[in-house]
Design a protein around this ligand. Structure first.
Ligand code: GTG
Ligand code: SAH
Length: 442
């Protein structure tokens, strides 16, 4: 281990390098920060990243794990093998948990509370560690992202969904909305919510470093800012009641948003039920739950069309890869695959969302499906709308000639997803659909 570190960094001065070892000049080719940044003190967020994340690249290989099967040649460099499934929990509470990824700015009492809220298992920790370790590139560096076209396209899709469902339809003279953004990440959707006329925003995420970055982005937002608060929580294990202060739930939320996040919950029914509790707990009747997830049908179509591949459980291209544990799974929960997306998601375990099962479960929480469309349909339909067509150009998803910034590989990765919206029904107001469902489950 030590020798490999030395060969990368050069030997330290008190241990002169042997004559035969040529010194390597320090000449990094892919700097993340400008060359003068060593003179800038480490930021609170960087410090939290160092303290709270496990860099998988630094992990020693586990000799007991079988080597990963060879990936098809078109895939990016083969990722490490899947993390082993955690052992089933025992009555004693199983393994010691790593501390929650408490971010910068927490005092020790807050850290203790965050620790108590941390009930995550192995896969949740992998997800949180991954997102905590993702660098917060500035807008300029973002332009060099190899998937910048895909990111812009995703942002256009989310803008469309927010414009369609993130406004109050029933209050023309008071159209402003209170938003709960579960899995808010670094707050990439804050500008979209600002455009949608948000009155108040609450962002929640399991990754404390991302939460802190979201808070900073909100503080740096230009123009009039809506009030916003940010919290760290595992939304699939703990109740938002634990974190939301009484004044922030005095009025219900109009919108709950969950972008590129919900699929992580489908590890177990318990997690999905906790998520649905959190979505609906403070959502007003008539309020909307809007989100984006991988489209299971699309995933399986890719898998089934992959007949030439060396590994029948894997597919992908130069920018992404998907590798299933198994093609068939006996339950609508826990059907796991590992997802890699260049410059966004590195080897993170995800779970298939069986849509019909989810709709049935959501009905128990008075959520009625209003919209479900894959990204290619959303694109085909909404680009017909003059406002959204203009937005495609303004957000640089397409140029004036109608050429997309995405290449074929990014396009394929982008089209794996779907967008959805549910409305919360009100059984007490005699809403027949909701009342029927409630009777069914009682
Ligand atoms: P990210 O984690 O780099 O965050 P942002 O910088 O906020 O995003 N994405 C994420 N996941 C989990 C998936 C997935 O599972 N599948 C697929 N296909 N895509 C996924 O990236 C998060 C983004 O990655 C998501 O939105 C998805 O598109 C994708 P980014 O999109 O780069 O920026 C969002 C907005 O924030 C842009 O309009 C920026 O201009 C704006 N912004 C505001 N302040 C800042 C700032 O300080 N820095 C940067 N970089 N952007 C800022
Ligand atoms: N919604 C943001 C971020 C998407 S990335 C956007 O669209 O840009 C997925 C996010 O889900 C990550 O920030 C990750 O930390 C969060 N997440 C995953 N599991 C979670 C959980 N159990 N509770 C809360 N957030 C979770």
């Amino acid at each position: 281990m030590a020798s490999s570190v030395h060969s990368l960094l050069g030997a330290p001065d008190d241990h002169p390098a042997p004559q035969h070892a040529p010194r390597r000049p320090y000449a990094p080719t892919r700097r993340v920060t400008p060359a003068n940044s060593v003179l800038v003190p480490i930021s609170r967020v960087e410090l939290a990243q160092c303290q709270t994340t496990a860099n998988p690249l630094r992990a020693r290989p586990n000799p007991t794990l079988a080597p990963a099967p060879a990936a098809p040649s078109s895939l990016p460099p083969p990722p490490a093998s899947l993390p082993a499934r955690p052992p089933p929990p025992t009555a004693a509470g199983a393994q010691p948990h790593k501390r929650p990824n408490a971010g910068a700015g927490f005092d020790s009492q807050e850290q203790e509370q965050a620790r108590k809220r941390w009930k995550g298992n192995h896969d949740s920790r992998t997800v949180a560690d991954h997102y905590n370790a993702r660098p917060n590139t500035d807008r300029e560096a973002r332009r060099d992202s190899p998937i910048i076209g895909l990111k812009k396209f995703n942002n256009w899709i989310k803008s469309v969904l927010i414009a369609k469902f993130g406004r109050r339809e029933d209050a023309r003279d008071q159209p402003r909305v209170r938003v709960l953004d579960l899995g808010c990440g670094k707050g990439g959707d804050l500008p979209k919510w600002a455009k949608a006329g948000t009155e108040e925003y609450v962002g929640v995420d399991i990754a404390a470093v991302s939460v802190e970055q979201a808070r900073q982005r909100w503080q740096n937002m230009r123009g009039p800012r809506f009030p916003a608060t940010f919290f760290t929580l595992d939304c699939f294990e703990s109740s938002i009641e634990e974190i939301l202060p009484p004044d922030s739930v005095m009025f219900p939320f109009d919108i709950v948003s969950m972008q590129f996040c919900m699929h992580y919950a489908f590890e177990s029914e318990h997690k999905v039920r906790t998520l649905l509790e959190n979505v609906t707990r403070y959502l007003r009747p008539g309020g909307v739950f809007v989100g984006t997830i991988p489209d299971a049908k699309n995933l399986f179509d890719h898998l089934d069309n992959n007949t030439e591949a060396e590994d029948p459980l894997a597919f992908g291209n130069a920018v992404y890869s998907v590798k299933f544990d198994a093609r068939e799974w006996p339950s609508p929960y826990g059907h796991r695959y590992t997802f890699f997306l260049q410059d966004a998601v590195e080897e993170v375990p995800e779970y298939v969302v069986y849509w019909d099962n989810f709709v049935a479960l959501a009905a128990e929480y008075h959520l009625s499906p209003r919209y479900c469309a894959d990204f290619s349909s959303i694109f085909a339909d909404e680009q017909e709308d003059a406002h959204f067509a203009q937005l495609l150009r303004r957000m640089n998803v397409m140029d004036a000639e109608g050429n997309a910034e995405m290449d074929e590989d990014q396009l394929d990765a982008a089209m794996l997803y779907l967008g959805f919206a549910f409305v919360k029904l009100d059984p007490e107001a005699g809403d027949a659909e909701a009342a029927g469902r409630v009777e069914e489950v009682q």
